[in-house]
Design a protein around this ligand. Structure first.
Ligand code: IMP
Length: 194
């Protein structure tokens, strides 16, 4: 079965490819000739993931899945959430996003937060969603050089180092994305979509 992962990110594609059963041929957006930007107009992670998966199904006719992730801070009622990439503005600047998180959290005692990933799946006329979360807290300073986005200020539960200090090996075991992908893989076999 051909299955499209609605991403242009080669790193994400390679990671998922390794985990999938051999009979599934995983294709990226580039592989199917989709070069246009799919507009993420939803107001939740669930909506955005579904918009991307449906777009590929409706426009190109492929079985497909799509992910959307964000940082959800308890004291900010789940913000920045779906707006994580552009929290401080459309230029998607990681440092500015982090500054804005600190600013909004400065008066708040509760620094707890989570990263969450939603995967929307459209396979053989069936639609479903999977989710992965990792809880933790926000640090008032940056620590570590690895990773991306909010990694230098996020300490996952059970650890004392940030994601940016822990690096890929630990992150790929416990991250929101890894957990959502595990749930997705289990769900494919459970739904007999192979
Ligand atoms: P995406 O849906 O994976 O593109 O994630 C959207 C945005 O959420 C990113 O641009 C980051 O700002 C933030 N984000 C998602 N996952 C992570 C992560 O693993 N570490 C740090 N930031 C993340």
């Amino acid at each position: 079965m051909k299955l499209v992962f609605a991403t242009h990110n080669a790193h994400k594609l390679a990671e998922v490819k390794q985990l999938l059963p051999k009979q599934i041929e995983l294709l990226s957006l580039t592989d199917i000739g989709c070069v246009e930007d799919i507009e993420e107009t939803g107001s939740t992670l669930e909506e955005n993931a579904l918009i991307k998966a449906k777009y590929v199904l409706d426009t190109y006719g492929y079985n497909c899945f799509a992910d959307d992730s964000g940082l959800e801070i308890d004291a900010l009622n789940g913000a920045p959430g779906v707006y994580s990439a552009r929290f401080a503005g459309p230029e998607r600047n990681n440092s500015a996003n982090i500054e804005k998180v600190w600013e909004e959290l400065s008066e708040k005692k509760n620094k707890n937060a989570q990263f969450r990933t939603v995967i929307a799946v459209c396979i053989d006329g069936k639609e479903w969603q999977c989710e992965g979360k990792v809880r933790g807290y926000i640090l008032p300073e940056k620590r570590g050089e690895q990773g991306f986005g909010y990694d230098p200020i996020f300490v996952p539960e059970g650890y004392t180092q940030t994601f940016a200090e822990l690096g890929d090996e630990v992150k790929n075991k416990i991250s929101h994305r890894a957990r959502a992908i595990q749930e997705f893989l289990a769900s494919i076999s459970a739904k007999g979509a192979e």
